[in-house]
Design a protein around this ligand. Structure first.
Ligand code: 8YV
Length: 312
């Protein structure tokens, strides 16, 4: 058997069909223990998504593993040091999903601040016949804090200019080519903004970067948006902040224990939640599928990867 790929996570059908046409693809979940054992020495590529954990021990089981192809941009659950040690490459799908994730960040900002979901519930309850919906808060001209200035953070800043917003950012390193005001800590950033948008990659370096102090600094008029990873926000502190009105609201596409969402965040007009769908549009999922396919094809053809993952 040549060019064996082992699929460890769900990916779009169009991608699996295309891979099956050109290579030998197995789905780990559909194999018996015996079949898995037989396959292990043949596997050269693991196909995973952003949620798949891959530690050194797992990688050690596959002696011929040379590429981990990630369907998604984030890959913080893959032990990057183990991949360097074992000479395993990682490919991911940056760029093609940037617009969608940035668009969703704005959707959540607007939905939270203007309480679009709460207003729909108001009509559906039949309340409009007897009252008007309470006034909400303006988005245009407000202050936006970007936590993590990668591709997605920059795409959000670009959209913010059309909303006439003042933009502030915090990042591990200051970006000389980015003209907006740098804040030295997440807490300083939170004091400067009406919307704090979390765009930092997940993983140990960013765990609970948004903690109780940062939420306190965001304050009772501030709104938290998270389109990155649930782990970047201390969810217990967030629930406390929402329950005690320490912040004005939250727009969340990601959670600490997906698909579980803390009950305290449900059914609130000031909290808008979506099921980790930042990149889940027809055209972007197709573009992500194409990029995964092209990376795997390049690897089997002995060519450089199109999008090798950045070193964390
Ligand atoms: C995907 C993502 O939903 O790119 C990422 O890091 O979080 C998303 O685009 C995810 O990788 C697919 O499971």
């Amino acid at each position: 058997m040549k060019n064996v790929i082992l699929q460890m996570a769900p990916v779009p059908m169009q991608l699996t069909l295309r891979l099956q046409q050109h290579f030998t693809l197995f789905n780990y979940a559909q194999l018996t223990k015996e079949q898995q054992a037989e396959l292990i020495p043949l596997v050269r590529v693991l196909l995973v998504n952003g949620e798949t954990p891959l530690d050194d021990t797992t990688m050690a089981r596959y002696p011929n593993l040379q590429l981990i192809a990630v369907f998604g941009v984030g890959y913080e659950r893959i032990d990057a040091n183990a991949t360097y040690k074992r000479n395993i490459q990682i490919s991911n799908t940056p760029g093609v999903l940037t617009d969608d994730v940035a668009d969703l960040a704005f959707g959540l900002m607007l939905a939270c601040s203007r309480q679009i979901v709460g207003a729909q519930r108001f009509i559906e309850r039949g309340d409009w016949a007897s009252q008007s919906y309470p006034w909400t808060n303006k988005v245009s001209g407000s202050r936006l804090g970007i936590l993590g200035l990668g591709r997605i953070g920059r795409a959000i800043a670009l959209r913010a200019s059309a909303f006439n917003m003042s933009v502030y950012y915090h990042n591990r390193t200051r970006h000389a080519d980015f003209a907006e005001e740098y804040c030295a800590t997440p807490q300083a950033l939170a004091t400067h903004c009406d919307f704090l948008v979390v765009c930092a990659p997940g993983g140990e370096n960013s765990r609970a970067l948004v903690n109780a102090e940062v939420l306190q600094a965001l304050g009772p008029a501030g709104i938290l948006i998270n389109i990155a990873r649930g782990s970047v926000v201390d969810e217990v502190a967030l629930v406390h902040a929402i329950e005690h009105k320490l912040i004005a609201g939250a727009g969340l596409d990601v959670f600490c224990d997906e698909p579980n969402v803390p009950a305290a965040l449900l059914q609130r007009d000031n909290v808008v939640i979506t099921p980790h769908m930042g990149s889940a549009t027809q055209s972007t999922r197709k573009a992500m599928s194409d990029l995964v396919y092209e990376n795997i094809s390049a690897y089997f053809a002995g060519k450089p990867l199109l999008t090798p993952a950045d070193k964390p």
